[in-house]
Design a protein around this ligand. Structure first.
Ligand code: SF4
Length: 132
């Protein structure tokens, strides 16, 4: 099993990921993989989606990912098909950004109250040790 590491060794050398190169070599101008700076990729994706009537996946999920997908088919339909075939890989439209949700105002209050409870528990434990 091999997990994609975005070809970090190639990128360090200033090369594109191997799959992007292979895609370009095989499909030429019809290549479907593109690699670049995040801002440029987001700009290009938004323009193509608007001009070609495509759907985007990855721009909102998990707070905006580093990999964007474009499709003529709505991703809700794609995800329903993946679910129907019991695929492990799915593309749900709503993917919460755990870091943002943890550190939003409510998350901060929850985090703070948790931290205060811990301090309270530690103080309680120290007190009970001194006064058994
Ligand atoms: S070739 Fe593509 S899929 Fe494979 S590790 Fe590199 S970037 Fe990831």
């Amino acid at each position: 099993m091999y997990k994609c590491d975005l070809c970090k060794d190639r990128i360090k050398k200033g090369q594109e990921p191997a799959c992007v190169v292979a895609c370009k070599e095989r499909l030429g101008e019809k290549a479907v993989f593109t690699f670049g700076l995040r801002e440029q990729i987001y700009d290009m994706t938004l323009k193509r989606a608007k001009n070609e009537g495509l759907y985007i996946y990855g721009d909102r999920q998990n707070g905006g990912t580093s990999t964007l997908y474009l499709s003529k088919i709505p991703f809700e339909r794609i995800n329903n098909a993946l679910k129907a075939h019991n695929e492990r890989f799915q593309m749900p439209l709503k993917v919460e950004n755990k870091i943002e949700s943890t550190f939003n105002p409510i998350g901060k209050v929850a985090l703070l109250s948790g931290a205060l409870s811990m301090v309270g528990a530690i103080v309680g434990a120290i007190k009970s040790k001194k006064n058994p």
